[in-house]
Design a protein around this ligand. Structure first.
Ligand code: NAP
Ligand code: ZN
Length: 365
């Protein structure tokens, strides 16, 4: 057996964890750069808690609060310039995947100030300044992955930065997700589920990732009735946050697979939130697998009675309306068949026609 496992992030979870951890912040430096989105971190209390903890620890800070959904290289460059001017020593990314992924890319640019938005994505191995991640969605798992997904407007696509940008510390407080609307809760939860499943149906799956899959699918399965009813209490919020964080550990080992590659154009061109963009392809994606044993295991691990039941749940949760033409599907399918990075994680050979059919049957038929 060959086994590879790497996860260098310290994860601390609990109500009030940021205030409780203020002493740890001192080890990161004297000046923090807080990276966040425009609104939500102010509303859910996470930004305020981070500022309080920094003040308790006597650490200076500056804030960049302009990260948009699906952060662009332009935003990353703008924030990095500010960070360099302000001589920040470490980063605190607060928010969903967008601000935390942006913070990862900003950290690389601050550490390598000769880079700009056109040269940041490179095969050269680059270092970053330290990052603390404070997730406020339960979906991307970016707090435990090395991925940083940025939007490249020049090439009209989303790309992974391709550096080892693991957070040094992840502080998870499920109460920040309590005020999140049902649509975002579902979309992000579907993202976490897709990470678990794509990490399971993956050439890189191993005994450790499978163990994480078993537990995280069970936790996710325990949240289904709440996601369907919309009545989501703290206990469920906590389960979603843990399964999302575990899903991050899984894909940090395995990478994601077809639906993530296929979902990017739906987000870029059709403005479909990341989780739903993958999720709307899931029924068909699961159907193309020739080796059924592992697919059949998924519903069992989730505590469901049949694959059909899983399909019905996904249908109820994932409601996506897309105006899309056959020509567009052809373009997206061509791009996917050239996306070797994602295809290599899929366990079977797949043809252009099969990819086209996943899109077509999911979005038009
Ligand atoms: P997001 O794009 O970070 O945020 C989506 C929306 O949710 C924003 O309007 C945000 O508001 C709001 N929001 C965030 N936290 C909230 C809360 N607690 N309550 C209410 N609203 C809240 O969403 P995301 O799904 O977490 O991240 C998606 C991004 O992550 C995509 O770019 C995707 O490609 C990437 N991703 C990364 C990885 C990885 O491993 N690095 C994995 C999967 C996906 P504000 O803008 O005001 O903050
Ligand atoms: Zn994802």
């Amino acid at each position: 057996m060959e086994l590879r496992y790497f996860m260098p992030t310290r994860v601390l979870l609990g109500k009030g964890i940021i205030t409780k951890s203020y002493n740890r912040l001192k080890t990161f430096g004297d000046k923090a750069f807080i990276i966040t989105g425009r609104n939500s971190s102010r509303k859910n209390g996470s930004l305020n808690d981070v500022i309080k903890a920094l003040e308790l620890a006597n650490i200076d800070y500056v804030i960049f609060d302009e990260v948009e959904e699906n952060p662009s290289l332009e935003t990353v460059e703008k924030a990095a310039k500010k960070g360099i001017d302000e001589k920040v020593e470490f980063l605190i990314g607060i928010g969903g995947g967008s601000p935390i992924d942006a913070a990862k890319a900003i950290g690389v640019m601050i550490k390598n100030p000769h880079l700009n938005r056109d040269t940041l994505i490179t095969t050269e191995k680059l270092e970053s300044i330290d990052l603390i991640a404070v997730p406020t969605t339960s979906g991307t798992g970016t707090e435990t992955t090395h991925f940083s997904i940025v939007t490249d407007h020049k090439n009209k696509t989303k790309k992974n930065l391709g550096q080892e940008t693991f957070a040094k510390l992840a502080l998870l407080d499920p109460s920040y997700t309590e005020g999140m609307g049902l649509n975002t809760t579902i979309s992000t939860a579907i993202d976490a589920l897709s990470h678990i499943v794509e990490g399971y149906l993956n050439v890189n799956a191993n005994i450790v990732t499978d163990a994480l899959v078993e537990k995280s699918l069970k936790l996710w399965g325990e949240c289904i009735s709440s996601l369907l009813s919309g009545e989501i209490n703290y206990e469920v919020r906590e389960k979603l946050m843990i399964s999302s964080m575990m899903a991050g550990i899984i894909i940090a080992q395995t990478g994601t697979s077809l639906p993530h590659g296929m979902g990017y154009p739906l987000t870029y061109f059709k403005d479909i939130p990341h989780g739903l963009a993958n999720g709307c392809l899931y029924k068909e994606y699961l159907n193309v697998f020739k080796e059924r044993d592992r697919v059949e295991n998924i519903h069992k691990l989730m505590g469901l009675s049949s694959h059909k039941e899983l399909e019905e749940i996904l249908e109820k949760l994932i409601k996506v309306e897309i105006n899309i033409t056959k020509n567009e599907i052809e373009e997206y399918s061509k791009a996917m068949i050239e996306n070797k990075a994602k295809l290599k994680n899929h366990t079977e050979a797949i043809t252009y026609e099969e990819i086209y059919n996943i899109y077509f049957n999911s979005l038009i038929k």
